[in-house]
Design a protein around this ligand. Sequence first.
Ligand code: BGC
Length: 767
Amino acid sequence: MNIKFKLIQYIIVIIMFMACTDNHNEKTITYSKIDSINEKVDSLIKIMTLKEKIGQMNQYNGFWDVTGPVPDNGDAEIKYEHLKNGLVGSMLSVRGTKAVRAVQKIAIEESRLGIPLIIGFDVIHGYKTLSPIPLAEAASWDLEAIEKSAQVAAAEASAAGINWTFAPMVDISRDPRWGRVMEGAGEDPFLGSKIAVARVKGFQGDDLSAVNTIAACAKHFAAYGFSEAGKEYNTVDIGNSTLHNIVLPPFKAAVNADVKTLMNAFNEHDGVPATGNEYLLRNILKDKWDFKGFVITDWASIKEMVVWGYTKDKRDAAKMAALAGSDMDMESHIYVSELEQLVKDGVIDEKIIDEAASRILAVKFELGLFDDPYRYCDEAREKEVVNNPEHLDAVLDMAKKSIVLLKNENDLLPLKKEGQNIVLIGALANEKNSPLGSWRIASKDNTGVSVLEGMQNYKGNNLVYKKGADVTVGDTQFVDELTINTTDKSEFKDAIDAAKKADVVVMVLGEHGFQSGEARSRTDIDLPGVQQELLEEVYKINKNIVLVLNNGRPLSITWADKHIPAILETWQLGTQAGHAVAQVLYGDYNPSGKLPMTFPRNVGQIPIYYNHKNTGRPVRDAYNPDLVFWSHYSDVENTPLYPFGYGLSYTTFKYENLALEKTVFSINENINLSIDITNTGKMTGKEVVQLYIRDLVASTTRPVKELKGFELIELQVGETKTVNFVLNKASLGFYSNQGDFITEPGEFEIFVGGNSNTTLNTRFELK
Ligand code: BGC
């Protein structure tokens, strides 16, 4: 440890020592021996200048390479000066032990107090070894596996110098047009909350100071997933009931799980940008929920408040963001330029700065950065951990669990392992880049296993590959997708000719990995480009088609559902994608995934979600069946193509004996219920048993169904298991429009089954 670092510890010890009123004369006490993090933080804050405290609130994007500053909008030199002067508290997107060590060294050795930087990065679904995109992982409903996946990501990222991830994204969304649904857990607040907790636990572990854990960040606070019309960065306009019951619960669950940071959002809520939203950040998050960590803004979102027309200039924006409770400024460069003067002018109380800086320093202490700022910069560990072969097994396991079987007529799947002529079609079948999905910034391009490679492991069949058509005309990472879907059909014929002779045709179609993600909103969620046409052409000459979907959002595949006998939803499954798909196609793994988001029949049905309200006219009038005045469309039915929670298996399950111990319960009683599930098919399989409730009458209208429990079970052929669920006051309550949690007496309906469409039900009364 260098001399400066020791010196600051010593200064703090002296201050602590002087502050003590007892006879403490332990001169040899070291700073690290002060037990409470709050005391450490307070003592450090006391010796910091106002500028240095504001510096902690400033985060810059990586402008630092191993060898020095790199051009970053031309201001790398200024940023470097700030770093040396203790005016930078964090950097994002610097990665690799060498680069992180280089930048940390400047903060430690050249700034006056040598306060370590916290190093953030978007470790969204893995660092170099990639697991499936988060929406896919959510389809596993396997909380243990999801936690393990985050653990692997944390292990690799922390070995590469990173100690903070901007994940999990816990935004609930009902709109597949929004490209970022790939990054979340889907449409449901109950499932979303469970997954938020699993991910936070996976990243942060039990001990944040352990070298293989990193701080998590629940984002984007709040309501970003409700951008109007699914258009990226658009206005949000939701009511209080949706805010409290749908949007906020996963954030609250993450806070209860001790998530260390939150990121605010690009959108506004009720006319106030989230970055400057005192109601969300102070009243709810910091006061009501007692959140102790810190809030980072989203990229340049302080600056954007001027563009929104919410603040007149940078100074005003800094004031509103800081007062609202945004603690760290990501890349607006505004706190560092404006806050000092605002404090000097008496517009902002220095206490606000102290509070923000203290929250940030506390997380740095918890990470152990003050004990050893280079603890995440061990090159030997980096070599050993990043891309460790064991991680390949872990992400393969997660990938298989994420696959959802949507249709399987006449048991076309699993494929026979021998004696078949199989023709594989689609550019995505031969893709090693697309399966990595969006947000794979640290991984190398083309490091995913393609479906073709995965299927080539099964040698008993004759496998022929034909591209048929591309999806896009180029790499779409930084280009607008709308301009580059291919129209080229020149390779159709080759594919169709091959398909004529096939026993089974496997077609891998869907979105390229860069067609979902941030700034990838679409108004049309059909198969992009000429793929639908290719599918229909091949179908004309061979109906034995297995459609393997690749996508980062629900797609509308109504034609395919009607005609294609087998459909497998495989999302973007990360590094091991092709192996996972092949193992499911050949029946070495029996799929058990369930959709975390509703699939619409067409884009016009959006937003369509299972936990909708009943309306006053939910069905056709039984007495006047000719009347049109009920809640419906004239051109398409109300039901979705595939409901939330839906997914098949190669085996079948029977649900029976839904039993409640009684029918009337007092409000403080536990409500125990049980259900028997039997594997009635021909293969061992897993099933996600789902429990939904409906509160029949309440002081604000309640959804027609709400998920309140689920359990993933495995059953041998013929085996029956009894699954028990417990409901209580907490599971039966909801948030009022004032944000108060209430449980009201009255009648409830309970539904249990294998998806949200289940009708197996019973009722009870809460007194
Ligand atoms: C995204 C955040 C992300 C940040 C840093 C923003 O554009 O909205 O989710 O963490 O960039 O990369």
